[in-house]
Design a protein around this ligand. Structure first.
Ligand code: DC
Length: 230
């Protein structure tokens, strides 16, 4: 059952800063729920393509977002995303869908339509929420807010290797251009722009490994008294 009293660890920041991996690892260690809010924007963009809804049709997109028939499954440590009965786990991770998601994400009505769905993830024993506006808009009373950053060059490099590992060819320079364009759109949009909450702890991960980042957040959690036992 949804419970607004349950603790929330909000992890925001630009794409490629390590939020996804870090959030998943911390959620696994704590045994908490995980909200990958970017996936909801990606799913809305993907569903729009499937149903022929234009990316400037705000009302049509908001309706899609509101009624998304989606299931997040965890199988042998792998997250699977099922949209209308179809496994779209890979399809929603492409650069193209990311680009389309960032266009969909500027629309107020789409963001509003996804708000309750996101807050519904706040359940016992706690939630790790990964996104752009977790600490500012969706969970303003989050118990601990982290803002993860890394230089655009480092984020492009990480993405490059990630894509290579999954067998996808990409060019480093075009990834850097895409990351910079996406950052600009996410930070400059009027609605829920990407920015650190005033009470967020900022962590620059450019020089840090994933285990380093996880350790630091664990320490912050312990200091906050949120989960002293980890
Ligand atoms: O984190 P991601 O790359 O999966 O996110 C895809 C797009 O969705 C990204 O360009 C910004 C947008 N987004 C958002 O506006 N708010 C969120 N809470 C999460 C993602």
């Amino acid at each position: 059952m949804t419970n607004a009293q349950e603790p929330v660890l909000a992890i925001d920041g630009p794409g490629g800063a390590g939020k996804g991996t870090v959030s998943r690892l911390i959620a696994e260690r704590l045994g908490w729920h995980l909200l990958d809010s970017g996936a909801l924007y990606r799913l809305t963009a993907h569903a729009a393509g499937k149903h022929g809804v234009a990316l400037d049709d705000e009302a049509g997109l908001a309706e899609l977002a509101e009624t998304l028939d989606v299931a997040f499954l965890a199988e042998n440590g792998n997250a699977r995303v099922i949209l209308e009965g179809e496994d779209v786990s890979r399809a929603i991770r492409t650069e193209e869908t990311g680009e389309r998601a960032s266009r969909v994400a500027v629309l107020q009505r789409v963001r509003d339509a996804l708000l309750d769905r996101q807050r519904g993830f706040q359940k016992s024993p706690g939630l790790v929420a990964d996104g752009r506006d977790m600490g500012t808009v969706v969970f303003p009373h989050a118990t601990l807010k982290i803002f993860l950053t890394a230089s655009a060059q480092e984020r492009a490099r990480r993405r490059f290797y990630q894509l290579q590992e999954s067998g996808v060819n990409a060019s480093l320079s075009s990834l850097l251009n895409e990351i910079q364009a996406r950052d600009a759109r996410d930070m400059q949009r009027a609605v829920a722009p990407l920015k650190a909450a005033s009470d967020a702890v900022e962590l620059d991960t450019t020089e840090l490994s994933i285990p380093d980042v996880v350790d630091r957040i664990q320490r912050l959690l312990a200091e906050s008294g949120l989960k002293p036992s980890i």
